[in-house]
Design a protein around this ligand. Structure first.
Ligand code: VGL
Length: 206
């Protein structure tokens, strides 16, 4: 039985100054690095995902056309493969990351479970091979990538825990709804800063 940390889409385009900037994204990158320095050794594997869209085309309708983005299902062009906007935010300390996942090549892909590793493996197979049964999730955006990844994780049978203070969302209302949906579907949410013993479901203290 192993535990994983999944860091979703902490990329320049999702932080201040980026093409699809999410308020608090840069500060979040710093908080996640601080968390990693304290807690990375509690995880058997640390995974980071990146949105990685094609430069040409609209990525399956994900990039807005002439009418502009609705910021729900269509977006300004963002995280184009190989551009600075698609890189991880520099405040995220990548030395803790064991596995990198990219997703969204030519299509919308909110969930990290839709992505593949540099070696071409699906995330669910990475977890299966490493006997991961529990995944903690942090990153951007609560109401999109974090939500979709958490729900896919639950539906894959994983014990999913989202750190509410280590995620930032595009919209506050839909971010709160996303966390509620994760709980309704059987995942768990809570804070990371309960220093001595983060409470896990079932009362286990890690
Ligand atoms: C995301 C909006 C558009 C995300 C991706 O990864 O959360 N959000 N594309």
């Amino acid at each position: 039985m192993a535990r994983a940390l999944l860091i979703t889409d902490v990329q320049n385009d999702f932080t201040e100054g980026g093409a699809l900037a999410v308020d608090g994204g840069a500060a979040l990158a710093e908080r996640i690095t601080a968390f990693l320095r304290r807690h990375a050794d509690e995880y058997d594997v640390v995974v980071a995902s990146r949105d990685w869209h094609d430069a040409t085309g609209d990525n399956g309708g994900h990039f807005a056309g002439p009418d502009g983005p609705d910021f729900r299902t269509t977006w300004p062009a963002h995280c184009v493969a190989g551009t600075p906007g698609a890189e991880y935010h520099p405040a995220l300390d990548l030395s803790f990351v064991d596995v990198h996942v990219r997703k969204g090549q030519g299509e919308p892909a909110y969930s990290a479970f839709e992505g593949t590793t540099d070696a071409g493996a699906d995330l669910v197979d990475v977890f299966f091979d490493r006997e991961v049964h529990a995944v903690d999730i942090v990153g951007i955006a609560t109401d999109h990538c974090v939500r979709a990844s958490a729900l896919d994780g639950v539906h894959a049978g994983l014990d999913v825990f989202v750190y509410e203070d280590l995620v930032v969302g595009i919209d506050q209302t839909s971010s709160e709804a996303a966390l509620e949906e994760v709980r309704d579907e059987g995942g768990h949410t809570g804070r990371s800063d309960m220093d001595e013993g983060r409470q896990r479901p079932g009362g286990a203290v890690l």
